[in-house]
Design a protein around this ligand. Structure first.
Ligand code: HEC
Length: 107
């Protein structure tokens, strides 16, 4: 019985933070080169591409739906591809988690 409870609490501990950890890892791997580890977008590539500062209210002025669309389909400015889409690499569920993760950069 004691073992049973221990296993349950370990499962509960792993369940939620693990999902968030995945988004953080994914962000670090695929997004931080432009958007920055801290979301400021002040990396060499971020500045060149014109990434926003996600630590400010101004930089977060887009809806969750717009964010998911940007991640899956990319962002274009006329003919210029500002950010490529991640369809095939990131699922819609992961895109939603990434948006939730990006929201945590705002102070
Ligand atoms: C090549 C650099 C680059 C990479 C890599 C990149 N982005 Fe972007 N991202 C941009 C630029 C530039 C914009 C457009 C900013 C604008 O419209 O002013 C953008 C836009 C967005 C938006 C829409 C909101 C906004 O800022 O306009 C989201 C959300 C987003 N990126 C998330 C991500 C996520 C999550 C990843 C990784 C899976 C990622 N980006 C990878 C450069 C990049």
């Amino acid at each position: 019985m004691k073992l049973h409870i221990t296993l349950l609490s370990v499962a509960a501990l792993l369940a939620s933070p693990a999902a968030f950890g995945d988004a953080a890892a994914l962000y670090g791997k695929s997004c931080a080169s432009c958007h920055g580890k801290d979301g400021k977008g002040d990396t060499k590539m971020g500045k060149k591409a014109g990434a926003k500062d996600y630590t400010t209210a101004e930089g977060q002025k887009w809806s969750d739906a717009e964010g998911v669309k940007a991640i899956l389909e990319g962002v274009k400015d006329g003919d210029k591809q500002k950010m490529k889409g991640f369809t095939g690499k990131v699922t819609e569920a992961e895109a939603k988690e990434l948006v939730t993760y990006i929201r945590t950069f705002k102070k």
